[in-house]
Design a protein around this ligand. Structure first.
Ligand code: PBG
Length: 337
């Protein structure tokens, strides 16, 4: 029997989608999504001198001292990266239940912000008012009598922490704590003190995820947390509609942009948020996602550079305006090649 050339239900052979895949130039011509170094926020750890640089779960990522951070920031800018998100690593002896070190104007985070701003006035700085770097119990907020994070009491200190960061020179405060109502309270507090132009990027849809493992090791909050978890404030991975409610509330409270975290396992959330709210939306390519690529590549199972670029592009395709990533410099380097 001869094979028919067409089917009545198809427009084949008139239509052949492969025509637009034949050459590199035509593939680029019809590409729907593009990735550039302008889409990247480099997330970095800054440490005191006494903390070691190495992070077991994150090969090729280092905790930087402030001088190292300044040097790294300069290299990042040469690659076209203009925004950094900072996460401080505080020695254990300076952590306590009340996170007092967060409100020490000479802590390593605030010093780092000031140093970066002084050296590079045009570099964007994002910093996080959450308390997990500073608490001896490893939670993002203060504990109440029931050992759960106390929402309203935590907001009080988050507001102050955000103000300290704004005073130090942060351009964007990005609260990752998931307390109810904190965006509006932080907005009001910053405005009261004259920081009306400091923006708020809300970690609006932040899930209680196992992908944060290497980050908690990097911060040392894993040891502080022990067997405890953050499920009473971070979202249940089963929920999508709830993420939309979180975003709606945060926008109403004054968030300038929102974030979804983790990124890769939550592309559906990014897409829905972008389509529904049309606000600047960011994905956090989190530590566990970073570690997976590194580990698989180290085993020779995948091509690191290609998979990395593919993952980054997927965030953009889903609707993200930008991506926070530990790989930002690697990505920028690849894009420049
Ligand atoms: C906590 C915070 C976490 C991350 C960023 N901010 C972890 C957590 O909620 O325990 C995770 C980032 C990553 O895994 O890369 N304030």
């Amino acid at each position: 029997m001869t094979i028919p050339h067409s089917y009545s239900i198809s427009q084949f052979p008139a239509i052949r989608l492969r025509r637009h895949r034949r050459t590199e130039w035509i593939r680029q011509l019809v590409a729907e999504t593009a990735l550039s170094s302008n889409d990247l926020i480099w997330s970095v750890f800054v440490r005191e001198e006494s903390v070691s640089p190495r992070i077991k779960g994150m090969p090729d990522v280092e905790r930087f001292t402030i001088p190292q951070l300044l040097e790294a920031a300069s290299k990042a800018q040469d690659l076209g990266i203009n925004v950094l998100a900072l996460f401080p690593v505080i020695p254990f002896e300076k952590r306590c239940e009340q996170a007092a070190e967060a409100l020490n104007a000479e802590n390593v985070l605030l010093k780092a912000i000031r140093a970066l701003k002084q050296s590079y006035p045009n570099l964007g700085i994002i910093s996080d008012p959450a308390l997990d770097s500073f608490t001896s119990h490893g939670h993002d907020g203060l504990l109440g009598d029931d050992e759960d994070v106390a929402n309203d009491e935590t907001i009080q200190i988050l507001c102050k922490h955000a103000l300290f960061q704004a005073e130090a020179g942060a351009d964007i405060v990005a609260p990752s704590d998931m307390m109810d109502g904190r965006i509006g309270m932080i907005r009001q507090y910053l405005d009261t003190y004259g920081y009306k132009d400091v923006a708020i990027m809300s970690y609006a849809a932040k899930y209680a995820s196992a992908f944060y493992g290497p980050f908690r090791e990097a911060l040392g909050s894993d040891k502080c947390l022990g067997k405890k978890n953050k499920k009473t404030y971070q979202m249940d991975p089963a929920n999508a509609l709830e993420a939309l409610r979180e975003v709606a509330l945060d926008i109403a409270e004054g968030a300038d942009s929102v974030m979804v975290k983790p990124g890769l396992a939550y592309l559906d959330i990014i897409q829905q948020i972008k389509q529904k709210f049309m606000v600047p939306t960011f994905a956090f390519h989190v530590s566990g996602e970073y570690a997976m690529l590194k580990a698989a590549a180290a085993q020779g199972m995948i091509d690191y550079n290609k998979t990395l670029l593919e993952v980054m592009l997927s965030f953009k395709r889903a609707g993200a305006d930008g991506v926070l990533s530990y790989s930002a410099c690697e990505v920028a380097k690849l894009l420049n090649e």
